[in-house]
Write a new protein. Structure first.
Lengths: 313, 397
């Protein structure tokens, strides 16, 4: 069992009469990527600002690797790598100067600063432009630098606040790949987004937040299970379609199977588990599959189910 | 250990800010070019105008002896009749000092009690000239008048010495007599100012005035960088770092202070070498610069805490800097206005800075600036304290 890097509970923050976050709590284990999914204004940034020690909280507790974290304190903050939603870099300094400044601020020694700056520049693909002022960078390059600063001190918990907002598709893909790689290296990742696809691609578990409250959390499958929807597999095939429907329908994983012309519609609990057995069953009655389409219930439908409105409303 | 790490953070933030400021060409313009150019322009415009007016002087005769009467009637009155000066008598040195401090007269001649008796007995005596630091040329005229009287008294003594010894018979005797005369103590020594009121020449006046005026604009950029960090999102990153929050503020203030001190030092040296300004004792000037920059940083910091954005803060700070500068007499000697306006100047660090330099200009040691340094440090303490109390509004995401 992996250790929890982040444990937060009962987080609450109000701005005047507006309650931005009301009793949010969750845990993230080592190497786990936790997504906080919700529309703009749901309370995602306020929540992670309290977790990162940037914002005073009205109530609640944050433990980083067992250490209590407070905004005025220092302990625990060094274990967090924070990547804010907006670009937070100094445009009149070079990329290297930005990295070195923050590396020193996190207490790295002179040799560590030199080595980690070079490593991070390599990771974010800015080694060739490291000596240029940041104001000369493209938007994507600034985004990469923004993330790179959060990685300098090898944090145990990386907090990313909508890092792909306003980013071109190529840079966005590069950012997502980086996050996947970091999680693979054992870093706990807290990732906020209002893009369902990103949460589905990256996150081991997802917390659905709306109007400052955590409505539900779990793996994608657990959340979809809350809605009661199942995967839908559509095969286009040649041969005895009726026999193929009977063979597939006899499988334990299959809830329902039907056919229309050369198309076979199959409803299953989990398409990923069922597909190999469906292929075997269909092939067993001499039917050749020409194409396969899998439609899984997504987090969008879960969010709609839980809140009564779409993620991008 | 924790303190060491926090100080490290302060220095890191200050170093980063200094690097940013050095790359900001507008700062070079505000901190160095503008004050220097304006000092040159003001110097060209105003030099020579100071001595075209009638100089108003007071004389306090506390002696009432023949030598005092002669100084007033045979030296000062004839000059007055020529229309060069306007003379009024006052009963005491204190009354003259008050008039001078209020700017109603440019200088007061003080003839102390015992003046005539001391001259008769051949002992040394002091004739004082209390001068207004904001009317340097008029004070210089007063000093010259007093010196001319001193020279006259010396020649009288020379005559007496000649009579007593008889006429010189040969060159050796003449040389001997000359040596004797030189050995006769000057009966009159001139102290041209009081301990607290000295004068700046025009070049130094405008060099110092422009330097301290633009100092407030120079330190404002550093103070406002707190608001810039919030606008640019980097404040959140600083707050997330494992450093105490106060380190962020102190890093900013340290950078502001350092930029202010460096710009002032460059201006002091440049105006001295190029314009011929005479700043006075280097240690005294250094103390004034350090205290002046502290006061400027404190004033600008407290204004910044009132603002919501860097732009708003900049506008308010500009207004405050201009008003304080004018009241403090960096463009013209407000003390000559007398009354409330003259005294209001002392509610500004500018006035104390100028006064400290005026005190130094008489050739005194660094200790003479301590009252001005104390006043400016008090400004810094009060305004800085208020800023610290309010800074929570700025050190947040």
């Amino acid at each position: 069992m992996r250790d929890d890097i982040l444990r937060c509970s009962g987080l609450r923050k109000a701005f005047g009469d507006l309650v931005a976050v009301a009793g949010v709590g969750f845990t993230i284990a080592e190497g786990e990527t936790y997504g906080l999914l919700g529309p703009n204004g749901a309370g995602k940034t306020t929540t992670i600002s309290m977790i990162a020690g940037i914002l005073e909280r009205d109530d609640g507790e944050v433990l980083i690797d067992g250490h209590p974290l407070t905004p005025g304190g220092v302990r625990g903050k060094g274990l967090i790598g924070y990547v804010p939603q907006d670009l937070a870099v100094y445009p009149d300094l070079t990329g290297r100067e930005n990295l070195r400044f923050f590396a020193r601020l996190y207490g790295l020694s002179r040799a560590e600063v030199r080595d980690r700056t070079a490593e991070v520049l390599e990771i974010i693909g800015l080694t060739d432009r490291a000596g240029d002022p940041v104001k000369a960078y493209s938007g994507g390059m600034k985004r990469r630098l923004n993330i790179g600063i959060g990685l300098l001190h090898r944090p145990r918990l990386l907090v990313l606040d909508e890092p792909t907002a306003g980013v071109d598709p190529q840079s966005r893909n590069a950012i997502l790949e980086n996050v996947e790689r970091l999680a693979g290296e054992g870093i706990a990742v807290l990732y906020t987004t209002h893009y369902m696809e990103e949460a589905e691609r990256l996150c081991d578990r997802v917390g659905i937040i709306d109007l400052g409250e955590l409505r539900a959390e779990g793996t994608r499958r657990e959340l979809v299970g809350l809605v009661g929807e199942r995967d839908r597999v559509t095969l286009t095939a040649d041969g005895d379609i009726a026999a193929a429907v009977r063979a597939a329908g006899a499988l334990a994983e299959v809830r329902r199977a039907s056919a229309q012309d050369s198309r076979i519609d199959i409803v299953v609990d989990d398409a990923r588990d069922a597909l190999p057995r469906i292929f075997d069953a269909v092939a067993g009655v001499g039917v050749a599959v020409r194409s396969v389409e899998v439609a899984e219930p997504d987090l969008e439908s879960v969010f709609l189910h839980l809140t009564g409105r779409a993620l991008r409303d | 250990m924790r303190i060491t790490l926090a100080l490290r953070a302060v220095l890191l933030i200050a170093g980063k800010d200094l690097r940013q400021r050095l790359r900001d060409r507008s700062l070079i313009m505000v901190a160095l070019v503008l004050p220097f150019v304006l000092a040159v322009i003001f110097n060209l415009v105003f030099s020579g105008t100071d001595d075209q007016e009638i100089a108003r002087y007071a004389v306090a005769d506390e002696d009432h002896g023949p030598a005092a009467t002669r100084f007033v009637d045979d030296v000062l009155r004839p000059v007055e009749r020529q229309g060069i000066i306007a003379l009024r008598t006052v009963p005491s040195a204190d009354a003259g000092r008050r008039l001078t401090e209020q700017g109603q007269v440019a200088a007061t001649f003080v003839i102390p009690a015992g003046f005539s008796a001391a001259i008769r007995s051949g002992g040394p005596v002091t004739l004082r000239v209390i001068g207004d630091p904001d009317a340097p040329i008029k004070v210089q005229v007063a000093r010259s008048i007093a010196e001319s009287y001193a020279a006259e008294l010396t020649s009288v003594r020379l005559s007496i010495a000649v009579v007593l010894r008889g006429a010189p018979a040969n060159p050796e005797q003449a040389a001997d007599l000359a040596r004797t005369v030189r050995a006769v103590p000057t009966p009159l020594s001139i102290t041209d100012v009081s301990a607290t009121r000295r004068e700046l020449d025009i070049k130094t006046y405008f060099a110092a005035g422009m330097a301290v005026f633009f100092l407030f604009f120079t330190v404002q950029s550093g103070v406002n960088s707190l608001l810039d960090e919030r606008r640019d999102g980097t404040m959140a990153r600083l707050l997330a770092a494992p450093i105490p929050r106060w380190a962020i503020l102190w890093g900013k203030l340290a950078a502001s202070w350092a930029v202010g001190v460096v710009s002032m030092c460059v201006l002091v040296v440049a105006t001295q070498l190029i314009l011929g300004a005479r700043w006075g004792n280097p240690l005294g000037v250094g103390l004034l610069v350090v205290a002046g920059v502290l006061a400027a940083t404190g004033v600008m910091a407290v204004v910044a805490t009132m603002a919501r954005t860097a732009e708003q803060s900049g506008n308010w700070q500009a207004i405050i800097a201009i008003v304080l500068g004018m009241l403090g007499g960096v463009f013209f000697p407000v003390s000559q206005a007398g009354g409330v306006v003259g005294w209001l100047g002392y509610a500004t660090p500018h006035r104390w800075f100028m006064r400290g330099l005026a005190d130094l200009s008489g050739g005194g040691g660094a200790g003479i600036v301590l009252p001005a340094v104390a006043a400016m440090t008090a400004f810094a303490a009060v305004t800085g304290g208020v800023a610290l109390l309010r800074v929570g509004r700025m050190v947040r995401p």
